[in-house]
Design a protein around this ligand. Structure first.
Ligand SMILES: Nc1ncnc2c1ncn2[C@@H]1O[C@H](COP(=O)(O)OP(=O)(O)O)[C@@H](O)[C@H]1O
Ligand SMILES: [Mg+2]
Length: 258
């Protein structure tokens, strides 16, 4: 694979160690990757990639004509292997969450490419915070967080959803990066996500204003949810958020507090 000589830093970030880059290129070939495609919203040096995380570089790649995503472990990654993350991905895939895992080694995870933009970019556009635009993606993310809670899997980083929630076509969302997930901790996906969105996070001011959220009531519902962790208390929490929307978009257009 020419990539190893042309862009060794992608395969062996950050040093670009040539030996390692060639070894990893071989791993990609053995995994059935025919080509790495340098596209995406992030620029690394002179090339475009899908993303850069604390422990990996994520690039688009092609296998049997299909475009997928390859997560390549950074040399300075705090984790010595991606296997645990891949196993976590298998569990969350079973409940319909996360990008679908195709194959993995210690250093590479091949998964579906999530065609979307990080929540950070989606919400950078002020008008996207309005309920008629953000309801789809945020509800979708909250429901996925609920599925994780129900399955006893804690994502571990949903207190900061900026990069871990990806908005697809402005109407759905997917949760990514299960590198910090655990089945040992008590899951707190719904509470962490909703708090980050509407109570104490970087978007909470604008989102709670646009969604006309009663913050005190939301906190109260989240406290009950945290204790009970059942469908009923999840539904009651969503109701606090959804009341405005379910009572009709017209209310918003008139600027009325419903
Ligand atoms: N399956 C995917 N499809 C598209 N982009 C992805 C995918 N997985 C990760 N990314 C992008 O790469 C970035 C880093 O991935 P992430 O899994 O968070 O890595 P890390 O574990 O190193 O933090 C993400 O923020 C996202 O922008
Ligand atoms: Mg990450």
């Amino acid at each position: 694979m020419e990539l190893a000589s042309e862009h060794p830093e992608l395969l062996a970030y950050p040093t670009g160690d040539l030996d390692l880059a060639f070894k990893r290129a071989k791993v990609l070939v053995d995994m059935g990757i025919e080509e790495v495609i340098l596209i995406g919203g992030k620029t690394l040096g002179k090339v475009k990639v899908l993303g850069k995380g604390k422990s990996s570089i994520v690039v688009a790649c092609k296998t049997k004509g299909k475009i997928l995503a390859a997560k390549i472990r950074r040399m300075d990654s705090p984790r010595s292997s991606l296997k645990r993350e891949a196993e976590a991905l298998i569990s969350v895939n079973e409940i319909g969450v996360g990008p679908r895992l195709l194959s993995y080694t210690d250093d590479v995870i091949i998964m579906d490419l999530i065609p979307g933009e990080p929540l950070r970019m989606f919400l950078a556009e002020a008008s996207n915070a309005k309920p008629d635009r953000s309801l789809g993606p945020l509800l979708s993310a909250m429901i996925k967080a609920r599925l994780l809670d129900r399955a006893g899997i804690d994502h571990g980083e949903l207190h900061d959803p900026r990069e871990h929630v990806v908005v697809i076509c402005g109407s759905l969302a997917e949760i990514i990066d299960f590198g910090s997930s655990s089945t040992q901790r008590r899951p707190a996906n719904v509470t962490k996500l909703i708090q980050a969105l509407f109570i104490g996070g970087p978007y909470s001011k604008v989102l709670s204003r646009e969604w006309k959220v009663d913050g005190r009531r939301l906190m109260e519902m989240l406290r009950i949810y945290k204790r009970r962790m059942d469908e009923e208390s999840f539904g009651a929490t969503l109701e606090v958020l959804e009341k405005n929307i379910t009572s009709g978009k017209r209310g918003f257009e008139k600027g009325a507090v419903v």
